[in-house]
Structures are given as C-alpha cells and as structure tokens.
Ligand binder design. Structure first.
Ligand SMILES: C[S@@+](CC[C@H](N)C(=O)[O-])C[C@H]1O[C@@H](n2cnc3c(N)ncnc32)[C@H](O)[C@@H]1O
Length: 404
C-alpha cells in the first residue's frame, strides 16, 4: 500500500482493476487506527460500472473525469481528427468514432446508463454570433437529442450536458427552454447547475451543467445542494518555472509593445507587482478595443477562462513579476493541461498549438468529477450500489490525496 502521492499513480497503472484507497500518512494514534481499517484495496467490478456514451468528446476530459469516478466509457464521438490523436494517446479508445454526429444513429450506440454532451458553444457564447441553437455548431444539440430519440427504450437513465453560461441567456432564455422541453419530451427531468472550475483550480471557467434523469423522484436530491468546494491555490503551483534567460520570454521589443498597450490602471497594477520582493504570476489576454490590440492583465493570481484561438480570442499569456522585473510569454500547453485538471495528459503527439486548441475547448476535469460524485452517482446508486464514489486518480493537483 503506497503512502506517498507519487507512488499512487504508478500503483494504479499496475493494478488496472483495483483502486487503492489512499490517505496521507497518519500522525496521531486515532489516525493510525483509522488507517489500519482503511488499509485494504477496494476492487471495482468494471463490468458492473455505469456505462457511458461521450458525445462531442474532444480530447476526452469528460472521460478522464468519469473514469476517475468509476464509470466506464463504451462509446465516444467527435468530428475533429487532431483531437482524436490526443484522445487515442490517452485512452484505450477503440470505442471512439471519429466523424460527424449527424451520421451517428441510435442503433450505433451500445447499451448505456449515461450519455454526456459537451456540445459546441460557438453560437451560444457572448463572444460568438449568438445564433443560438439555430446555429450550425451549437445546433448539434439537436443531433444529440435525435440520437437519444432513436435509442427508444434503450435511452440512458441519465444525461449530462455542459456548455457556457451564455446558453442560459441565448435568445432571452428561449434556447435553454427549447432544449429542456426537448429533453422532457424524451423523458428527462432536468436540473441546471452552474459550476465554476475556480472551485477546484486557479482558473475562472464558469459553466452550466444540465443533468437530466428518467428517475424523476431523485433529481432534486439534497445531495446536490452541498456547499461547493473552495480552491485556495493560486497560479504559482501551476506555472512552469523558467529561468530569466529562457528564450520563451518575449524579447524587449515585444515586451515593450505589451506594456505600452496597457491601460493606466493596468500599468499601475503591473508597476506595483514589479516592485514586490518575490516572484508572482498573473495571466493576460489580448483584446481588441476600438480597433487596437490591447493586453489586459488579471488582477488576481488566477487564470482567465482558457479558450481556443478563434472568434477574436487569443491564447493566454503568463506574466512573471517581482524583484524589479517583468517578463511575459505565452502560456504553455502543459500549463493549460494543469489548469484543466489533467496535469499528466499525454500531449507529445500533436503540436503545441493543437494541444492548446484542444484544452481551450475542453472541460475542467475536477468540475466534471464533482458533478459525477454529487449528482450522477447518486442518481445511479440503486443500479450500481457498489460503485466506488470518491476516488479521483490522475486529476488531483499536486499535494492532494487521492481520496477526497
Ligand atoms: C466544447 S468541445 C467539447 C470538448 C470535450 N468535452 C473535451 O473535454 O475535450 C465541442 C466538441 O464538439 C465537436 N464537434 C463539433 N461539431 C461536431 C459534429 N458535427 N460532430 C461531432 N462532433 C462535433 C468539436 O470537435 C469539439 O471537440
């Protein structure tokens, strides 16, 4: 039984069907006694784990979260071949169908307990064209609903949708009403749950989750009204530590343009950070104001919402300040991975930009894991009473125990 965090992932890899219960090394006698009781492996019968179909799978961070909670993905679909490379590098992805969801038929989907749909936000986000569910991209929701419809009586007990908060306001709320009406027609009673990645990692990423259940009596379970967790961590635990000579820091002329583009308030903020006697990190985004590119630095040590570089958004930059200096560089793909709760995701098979693109579109792993623990598993408890509910494997930030 490993007693250090570093040993646990290795042990988990070696014991595919066994999840080790892990606690930090006990110090008091009472803790030692508790640990003796817990010192056993809990075996999950994976053939009895809840079966999931993951639509709009992207690079697979929904899968990463759900597998960590004891679910088993048996079908996945996404249209993007580059994201599929990352998906295949990280999972045994024989169940991934790379292609248009419009070509997926209900009969193609095996028997499942849960269907997830992290459908495109392009037409729902405030930065987009706001075409809503009538848009070409976000309208893929209707294809997901069609597949569920075609599954007939084999429809899953639970569905989980994820999208941006703009979904709730799109066309004055009509799009969400239409989506909920469609899901109700298919037999699902739904709750809409706002979840921010900020509760788990230093990234502001508010999202809406819709969980629908055919077990209507269980949807309003008090388990759902638990206090959300609070993440006290800042960027310092998530950024790459580069030497001041590292060529990834922007050269003087580019840094000069960055600094000159700051508003007076932002410039003052940076000047103050620069004078601090220790290194601190902030993130910055390039925006267009009155036709000019300007940089905006966040006032807290938290990353802005990671996005893909499309529709006017840019990649995120990391600023290091302190001891009289200021340095700026692009955020790395590995930093994106950490901020999405997938620190050890395998990203070497694609370019840095392709990885950043994948992570910018993806879900935050601990946010999905939290929804799964506090919502999906209680809804499925009757059918899967032995499913282990509180295990996270690779998604925990440095220093957290594997059991939460
Ligand atoms: C918000 S992202 C989902 C990201 C995913 N949850 C993750 O963690 O990586 C939406 C996904 O929908 C996919 N998509 C867009 N249109 C599609 C279509 N017609 N058929 C299948 N997938 C589509 C995109 O490639 C993108 O990966």
């Amino acid at each position: 039984m490993p007693e250090a965090n570093t040993e646990v992932p290795k042990a988990l890899e070696a014991m595919v069907d066994t999840v080790l219960r892990y606690r930090p090394k006990p110090t008091s006698a009472a803790q030692k006694k508790r640990k003796r009781k817990q010192k056993k492996a809990i075996t999950i019968d994976r053939s009895r784990a809840p079966r999931v179909a993951e639509f709009f799978a992207g690079i697979g961070l929904v899968r990463r979260a759900l597998e960590g909670e004891g679910f088993r993905i048996v079908f996945a679909n996404d249209i993007e071949p580059t994201k599929a490379v990352l998906y295949q590098a990280n999972f045994d992805a024989s169940d991934l169908v790379v292609g248009d969801v419009c070509s997926v038929r209900g009969r193609d989907v095996p028997d499942i307990d849960v269907a997830t749909a992290s459908f495109p936000c392009t037409d729902l986000s405030l930065a987009g064209n706001r075409a809503g569910l009538a848009g070409k991209q976000s309208g893929m929701f209707w294809e997901f609903a069609r597949v569920l419809d075609e599954m007939g009586k084999r429809r899953p007990t639970v569905v989980m949708l994820e999208n941006v908060p703009g979904f709730a306001t799109s066309r004055g709320g009509q799009d969400m009403r239409d989506a909920l009406a469609k899901l109700a027609e298919l037999g699902y009673q739904c709750d809409v749950i706002p979840v921010d990645a900020r509760w788990f990692v230093p990234q502001s990423r508010p999202r809406m989750f819709i969980v629908g259940s055919r077990r209507h009596d269980l949807v309003a379970s008090p388990l759902l009204r638990r206090e959300p967790p609070v993440c006290a961590e800042t960027l310092s635990a998530y950024v790459d530590r580069l030497s001041s000579e590292d060529p990834r820091w922007w050269p003087a002329d580019r840094l000069g343009r960055f600094l000159r583009s700051l508003s007076p308030i932002q410039a003052e903020r940076v000047a103050k950070l620069r004078c601090v006697g220790k290194l601190e990190w902030s993130t910055a985004y390039r925006r267009t104001r009155n036709g000019c590119a300007v940089w905006e630095v966040r006032p807290d040590s938290v990353s802005g919402c990671l996005r893909t570089a499309r529709g006017g958004s840019s990649k995120q930059a990391v600023m290091e300040t302190g001891h009289g200096d200021v340095r700026v560089r692009w955020m790395s793909a590995r930093e994106y991975a950490r901020l999405q709760g997938a620190p050890d995701f395998h990203i070497d098979d694609v370019s840095e930009n392709a990885a950043i693109f994948g992570f910018g579109d993806a879900v935050c792993v601990p946010a999905v894991a939290w929804v799964a623990r506090s919502y999906l598993l209680p809804l499925l408890q009757e059918k899967f009473p032995t499913t282990h509910r509180h295990v996270t494997t690779r998604s925990c930030p440095v220093g957290m125990s594997l059991m939460t």
